[in-house]
Write a protein that binds this ligand. Sequence first.
Ligand SMILES: Cc1cc2nc3c(=O)[nH]c(=O)nc-3n(C[C@H](O)[C@H](O)[C@H](O)COP(=O)(O)O)c2cc1C
Length: 584
Amino acid sequence: MTKTAMTSHRLSPLSGEPGTLERVGLLEGDASPEEVVVAYHERTKHHFHRYAASLGYMDWATQPDPFRRYSGTDLVRLPLPKSGRPLPYWQLYAAAAVPPELLSIESVSLFLRYALSLTAWKRFQQTTWSLRANPSSGNRHPTEGYAVLPAIERLGDTPAVYHYAPKEHVLERRAVLDAKVWSEILAPFPDGSFLVGLSSVHWREAWKYGERAFRYCQHDVGHALATLRIAAAALGWRLVLLDGVADATIARLIGLSRSEDFGEAEREEPELLALIVAELSSSAVPRRLNEATVDGGGLLWQGTANTLSLEHGVEWPVIDEVARATRRCQSASITEDFSKFPTEEELFGTPVREGLLTAEKAILGRRSAVAMDGSTAISQAAFFRMLARLIPAPDGRSMPWDAVHWRPRIHLGLFVHRVDGLPPGLYTLLRDPEKVEPLRHAMRREFLWRRPPSCPRGLPLYLLKEGDYRALATSVSCGQDIAGDGAFSLGMLADYMDSLTTYGAAFYRNLFWEAGMVGQVLYLEAEEAGIRSTGIGCYFDDLMHEVFGISSREWQSLYHFTVGGPVGDSRLTTIAAYKLEEER
Ligand SMILES: Cc1cc2nc3c(=O)[nH]c(=O)nc-3n(C[C@H](O)[C@H](O)[C@H](O)COP(=O)(O)O)c2cc1C
């Protein structure tokens, strides 16, 4: 297949009005990064009669290896944590309820087990595939994880940069760090801190999904950011996304800029750097890295990246373009006020202090439903609790929203099918209570904007229109029955144009990260409620907008989700994640 023609659209100015588009060539270098983003987003919409460009079939000969490895590195085999940790799931969300674990090889192992490890192998006839704690669109797993750790007994005598290899649950030591450089990097942060970096291999996702794959890579980063935050909470640790770190700095620190170590192998796009604080502290954690300390000096590198596909056959240059347009240069901190957000009591009525599962069961047992039963209803209490988990606390500190520093930019357009005592219909959850007026203005005039009488008074949930929306929910999600057969499904409405104009093009990625985090909370909440959920990346963008009456480009649906009673697939055999490793 030939390279795709590089034409797209320019917005002049960034008005958000679809009518102001004209065609331009993005490669000509005359488009602003925000214009490239908008053009990419428009171009990768699925329409009822035209899906975003992709190969349209699976080219099995070029299927990418889901596991990156660096040959020639020292391996640190992480002790597989014993299963059955009794921490209740609800305690993940109760501030300071979990005493912090000391930083050790065991606690690092548990952290990575909960965040990024394999959780099962599945087998059907001759085919076997693995699943992980972090979900991924089409199970492609484009996200790679790195840790920058201090010297830790039995893990390493010096600070070092590691790549995490989930198949074997091992760390590959990519670089040894000069102790002085490490202490300079960590100087602003509390003792017992370390860093985690995430990157994306676009090709893994593009192989299946073509041009829309960049969006999915970003969703997956958001899911992984949430699994990291939740894993940290299970250990009593905090995690914050470092603010405004240049992608070039991340690439230097975790070795992604080292062409000599990649050769012909697929490169990784730097995404984010997070700080983990392995101690209890009520004081605010600084979110800025002193980037001058990461100048590439003081690091002794080893290892060569494996090639994931012997050939590619097709390239998707728009992905490279949007990646370039959304790369972050060092940027100013975002400081926002959360003081008007509802308190725990206002959100939940009675704060949740009991539940069904242990944290471990929810985290390692999480699965996507491949089909929904079309009959399970959930209680209002369960529905309200799931939604309440999606709203940050007034001090911005509720888990996992304490990991990010911007006010919510993702709101929900809900299709409620079966919630006991609630009329089925269209609803909206405004994750930032101050967005009522802008969204009311953007949506259909005839919507009711009525608060369900039984809803906790701090939960910004509104009934918009009663009705049976099961068939429409299915249609909107590319005809996938899971969206109509769940208890409810939803589209995540992003405050899109305002985010791009306020924070710049790089924030396009953050919007998807936030959407992925919302999804991850819903995944775990569904487990805790005894049901299941599934992320939905395939949906008809503008059909969703039309249902809610959104005609301006200001608001865009960035991710869909369904929650309900799952139907299992008895043809599949499940094998324990590390059974083979254990036997070895
Ligand atoms: C961003 C994203 C988009 C997804 N889109 C769909 C979808 O459109 N339809 C679907 O059935 N599953 C979808 N999934 C579910 C994945 O197929 C699932 O996460 C993957 O197969 C791994 O399985 P697991 O979630 O049980 O670990 C999506 C998941 C993610 C994270």
